[in-house]
Ligand binder design. Sequence first.
Ligand SMILES: Cc1cc2nc3c(=O)[nH]c(=O)nc-3n(C[C@H](O)[C@H](O)[C@H](O)COP(=O)(O)OP(=O)(O)OC[C@H]3O[C@@H](n4cnc5c(N)ncnc54)[C@H](O)[C@@H]3O)c2cc1C
Ligand code: SF4
Length: 484
Amino acid sequence: MMGKTDGFLLYKRREDGMRAVEERIKDFKEIHAEQSHEERCRQAARCMNCGVPFCQSGMKLHGMFTGCPLHNLIPEWNDEIYRENNEHALKRLLKTNPFPEFTGRVCPALCEKACLNGMEGDPVTIRDNERFLIEYGYEKGLLEPVIPSIRSQKRVGIIGGGPAGLAAAHRLNQRGHTVVVYERDDEIGGLLMYGIPNMKLDKSIIKRRRKKMEAEGIIFHTGVCIGKDITLEELRNQYDALILACGAKQERIPNVEGIMETAGIIKAVDYLKQTTKALPGLPEINAKGKQVVVLGGGDTGNDCVGTCIRQGCTSVIQIEMMPKPPTERTADNPWPEWPKTLKTDYGQQEAIHVFQKDPRIFSHTITALIQKDGILQALEIAEVHFEKGKQIISEKREQIDCDLLIIAAGFIGCETQLPLSLGITCTQRNTVSTAEGYYMTSIDGIFTAGDMHRGQSLVVWAIQEGLMCAKEVDEWLMGYTNLI
Ligand SMILES: Cc1cc2nc3c(=O)[nH]c(=O)nc-3n(C[C@H](O)[C@H](O)[C@H](O)COP(=O)(O)OP(=O)(O)OC[C@H]3O[C@@H](n4cnc5c(N)ncnc54)[C@H](O)[C@@H]3O)c2cc1C
Ligand code: SF4
């Protein structure tokens, strides 16, 4: 049934939005703002309950995914929110998504890009509605631990406590298997914890989830590095099945002479992790009083820009190799495809507010470092363009002052030493191999999921992979599965 038949005509899209820039750059608290109850119902009423809901389709079009990979039952819970049946709406949300508090904060909302309302106008505020529902659930005490009544006597070990490992742990534990998660960091969450900054996802949200999962019976061993503290072989002998969910955190380092030896250069994830760990203080390497350059115009680069501004940098520039995308969809990139358009994210908006200009320099790359006594002073940059996929760098060079360079130039796969230690086959892209659409590695009983399997991706994909992997593990352990 459609909630309100003319909601999409009557009401304009109104996002929850963010706290005002001048206020939010003073702290590392979450940027998300709140919405009134009445407005929430109106936003949900904008959903047309489409016969073919592209929002929940999660399909590949022209090589890029669009729609929700978890196939969240979006029109159903939008309708329930409009009717103020939030408790039931939450149940429908939790049917497909075990962690809406993560996706409701950090997902780029593939669902909204595919929403039919977005074909001519503005999509439904699906992600905001999702975050509202899960927070409503916690506030009203609707998320009490669900302890499985029967245990299977099967034991599953999961290596990596990021969203992929956590999603698999959740599903397998609910099914009744005994689940132990090994995480080498001091906290679970993977890049949710020590990649994505606090202003997007406060770390108390991850700790809240951990408490619930522990109460449900999942055992977490943090500060344990598999391959170092315990070998994979040893672990294999202790469990009926293992899942490798170690992420794909190997950063791409540009080929510039001296880049790893010069002081004043740091990799993005190291920078963001140190920042989170040092809060409310400053880490040893920080942006205070510095002229910062972030190499890489993507989401990680944007998080670094927002972090530098909060640490009090004197300037920030973001260098991006690719040309500036169009502001509107082009004719060959129609709805419901993923829009290849310019996105000015929160960090860039903050830089524009503070320094009155967009921090991004498109179609450029770094060609040399200028240093004194091993300390970075400036960068030499040049224009770059592509011909038949080949990078052409202009002869003309420019110099920009820089005393902190943050490398956010993408990722080149997982650390393959661990799977290779047992002879597990890896791909040339440094991911762990499986048959297409499956999660079992080349060794029986050892599975893989998340970035380690598909390459650096998104939280929503890590969750989807964790759930699908859990289903395969369950079938392997029991000879059948009822998991979805
Ligand atoms: C800075 C940054 C910002 C991002 N922002 C977003 C965003 O806004 N939205 C979004 O959707 N995606 C974002 N992503 C991508 C997203 O975080 C990842 O795709 C996702 O976290 C992958 O989940 P995962 O569980 O596969 O791996 P990870 O999150 O990387 O977790 C893997 C875990 O395995 C642990 N581990 C590794 N090796 C071992 C070992 N040998 N023993 C024990 N533990 C081990 C690691 O410590 C880590 O905790 C961002 C990524 C980065 C780097
Ligand atoms: S595509 Fe948009 S309007 Fe249609 S069901 Fe999904 S959220 Fe509602």
